[in-house]
Design a protein around this ligand. Structure first.
Ligand code: 4NP
Length: 157
């Protein structure tokens, strides 16, 4: 069976989307569904391409038993064809994605909209300037749980 392909997207691909990717993958693996998914992340910006995730991002995840292994890359228009679900962390990410070729026609999901405990339109706050890496992990973990529950429903997993 074809895997379900998921790409989490933020601005720099060193804080939020690597956290989302790692939290979602951890959950998928813990539920024995690893073979059913391809899970990736990317940034709309190129500043940090080739870098590991922010040290505080990795530390917040590791403290909760989750490894963040991503290497930053920039999202390209071709990624719209490569992924079934493009999942943005905030409204700016959605706008940036819509400006790419083919982006206006794509469904772009807002990550926290999968979390039944978050008001519609909620964003994952950017910790790069303001901090709050631990809170970002917990937000991403809750959204990942809601997303997997939704995908289990949608895809009969
Ligand atoms: P992220 O955080 O989008 O969650 O990876 C940021 C990382 C870097 C920058 C902005 C946000 N930056 O401007 O370099």
């Amino acid at each position: 069976m074809e895997p379900i392909r998921v790409c989490f997207v933020c601005l720099g691909n060193i804080c939020r989307s690597p956290t989302a990717e790692a939290a979602f993958r951890h959950l998928v693996e813990s539920e024995g569904l690893a073979a059913r998914f391809v899970i990736d992340s990317a940034g709309t910006g190129s500043w940090h391409v080739g870098e590991r995730a922010h040290p505080d991002t990795r530390a917040a995840a590791k403290a909760r038993g989750v490894e963040v292994t991503s290497i930053a890359r920039q999202f390209t228009a071709e990624d719209f064809d490569r992924f079934d679900y493009v999942v943005a962390m905030d409204h700016q990410n959605v706008r940036n994605l819509r400006r790419l070729p083919g982006g206006a026609e794509r469904t772009i999901h807002l990550f926290r909209d999968f979390d039944p405990g978050s008001p519609a339109g909620s964003e994952v706050p950017d910790p790069y300037y303001e901090g709050g890496f631990d809170a970002v992990f917990d937000i991403c973990r809750a959204a990942a749980a809601g997303m997997l529950a939704r995908l289990r429903d949608t895809h009969g997993l």
